[in-house]
Design a protein around this ligand. Structure first.
Ligand code: CP
Ligand code: NVA
Length: 298
């Protein structure tokens, strides 16, 4: 069982992970010791920087009684010629779970193919399922239901694409507003259609937010796209989340935020859900790790 993208889970499994996350969060907040993963190790491969993913997984494993290993680009042989599949095979002999943040989505697919322990995608160019878990937990917590209307305003890449699939697997109503040419991939759209719930898609941010409870945005220039910066800043003109566009809706942002680009400083300094989202990454991933351990009982 791997989490390369959110639709590796069934809808029932997704809800089970969220329920496990809620139980673990309640125990954590009550100060109850809860260490169901003693002696378990999570190996974390990072090809790009991370604040939330790295720290939430590492602290999450500590809280569960286990251990997490940070393996950056210069720490192992992966970057110096050892094939990915060999890394997957060898790390599986030591660790109980692998988490990988990679540039190319096919790399996390290959890791999952050759690993003999669960592989978790910690962000690729195409998907960010751990973010979707934390986002769904945040929405359910805030509104008491997933039957909430969310307007995505921004780039239709990794974070958006996993949210599209997460919405298709739940009651979440999602409208995606992107500039022309920056929408979700056809393959993701087809998978959402296969789940009987494709998102509404538009190039008009105002129309997208009209009936929304939540406005969700992400950076315009993702990690690895720095060469496209000027072109993207031009393409995304008019997509900035301002106090006017947001109105009295809730803001979500996966973070990091690039103030002055996808969101204004005033919006980021106001009330919003982004800090809860960041915290919920940890609770959601703890739920995922415990749930995965139950599926792959040693
Ligand atoms: N949202 C998210 O994945 O943040 P990091 O890049 O800091 O991990
Ligand atoms: N779309 C962003 C998300 C960061 C969490 C990126 O890929 O850089």
């Amino acid at each position: 069982m791997h989490l390369v993208d959110i639709d590796d889970l069934t809808s029932a499994e997704l809800h089970a992970v969220l329920d496990e996350a809620d139980r673990l969060r309640a125990a954590h907040e009550a100060g109850e010791p809860n260490t169901p993963l003693p002696d378990r190790t999570l190996a974390m491969l990072f090809e790009k920087p991370s604040t939330r993913t790295r720290v939430s997984f590492e602290t999450g494993m500590t809280q569960l009684g286990g251990h997490a290993l940070f393996l950056g680009p210069d720490d192992i042989h992966l970057g110096q010629g050892e094939p990915l599949r060999d890394t997957a095979r060898v790390l599986s002999r030591y660790a109980d779970f692998l988490m990988a943040r990679v540039f190319d989505h096919t790399d996390v697919v290959e890791l999952a193919e050759f690993a003999t322990v669960p592989v978790i995608n910690g962000l690729s160019d195409a998907a960010h399922p751990c973010q979707t878990l934390g986002d769904l937990l945040t929405i359910r917590d805030q509104f008491g239901t997933l039957d909430v209307s969310v307007a995505w305003v921004g780039d239709g890449n990794n974070v958006c694409q996993s949210l599209v699939l997460g919405a298709a697997m739940t009651d979440l109503e999602l409208t995606v507003a992107t500039p022309q040419g920056y929408g979700i991939d056809d393959g993701v759209r087809k998978r959402a259609v296969g789940l009987d719930s494709p998102p509404e898609e538009t190039t008009d941010p105002e129309a997208a937010v009209a009936d929304a409870d939540v406005v969700y945005t992400d950076v315009w220039v993702s990690m690895g796209q720095e060469d496209e910066r000027e072109e993207k800043l031009r393409a995304f003109e008019g997509f900035q989340v301002t106090t006017d566009l947001l109105g009295d809706r809730q803001l979500m942002h996966c973070l990091p935020a690039h103030r002055g680009e996808e969101v204004t400083n005033a919006v980021m300094e106001g009330d919003h859900l982004a800090w809860d989202q960041a915290e919920n990454r940890m609770h959601a991933q703890k739920g995922l790790l415990v749930w995965l351990a139950e599926q792959t009982a040693r």
